[in-house]
Design a protein around this ligand. Structure first.
Ligand code: MN
Length: 133
């Protein structure tokens, strides 16, 4: 099963979400701040990153910009998670380079759908060898 990097500073959210993902068969690695997320993504090259946007050290927006500017990690889909429900947040997340966005508290089945869609898109690309439009 694909590996997921979960960047979340809230311990309860982190534990709950990682447990639920592991029950679905994903292997989950955990980062507790933005700098750690960037470092772990580079070291582990996970299949996908779930990025809380409100993180210490550097926030999720800055961490995503760094990941997307790094050729080693630019291909990894980043799914932004934010507690803010402002319509502007989606734009802000996508502008930072996030591939998709979901609001917290997380609706787990919906989150799984979004993870599945991003992983499928990634597989399509590597199978066809061409950029999808
Ligand atoms: Mn947070």
């Amino acid at each position: 099963m694909p590996s997921i990097l979960l960047a979340e500073d809230n311990e309860l959210n982190r534990n709950m979400l990682s447990r639920r993902l592991e029950l679905r068969g994903f292997s989950v690695i955990l980062a507790t701040n933005g700098l750690e997320a960037v470092r772990m993504a580079e070291d582990s090259l996970p299949a996908i990153i779930l990025m809380d946007m409100s993180l210490p050290e550097i926030d999720g927006w800055e961490a995503t910009r760094r990941l997307k500017n790094n050729p080693r990690t630019a291909h990894i889909p980043v799914l932004a998670l934010t507690a803010h429900a402002m319509p502007d947040d989606r734009h802000k997340a996508l502008a930072a380079g996030c591939d998709d966005y979901d609001a917290k508290p997380v609706n787990f089945p919906q989150l799984l759908d979004k993870i599945g869609a991003l992983l499928a898109r990634r597989t399509d690309k590597s199978n066809s060898g061409t950029e999808s439009v």
